[in-house]
Design a protein. Sequence first.
Length: 100
Amino acid sequence: MLHEPAAKTGKDLAMGYKTRIGVRMFLLYAIIYVGFVTLNLIRPVLMEKTVLIGLNLAAVYGFGLIVLALALALIYNHLCTAMEKKLNKTTSAGRKGGNR
């Protein structure tokens, strides 16, 4: 019994693009998260204030961070999938043209 990948994989032509997008999204999220932590350290009383439908700022900010993480994941997946399709189409078209 061999333990090999179920699908054959080749070179990832979009690796550089995916890395740049991922690092930028991580930095964006990290900056917003640092704001949350800093606010908790500097002005913890501010987090107790009710800001939205009976929820305090800590809950709203926390849920916002979760929603932002999910949104960034969906955007990342969409952008990376589009780039992979574009690069794979270009590569396969180049191979087809070279065989004629």
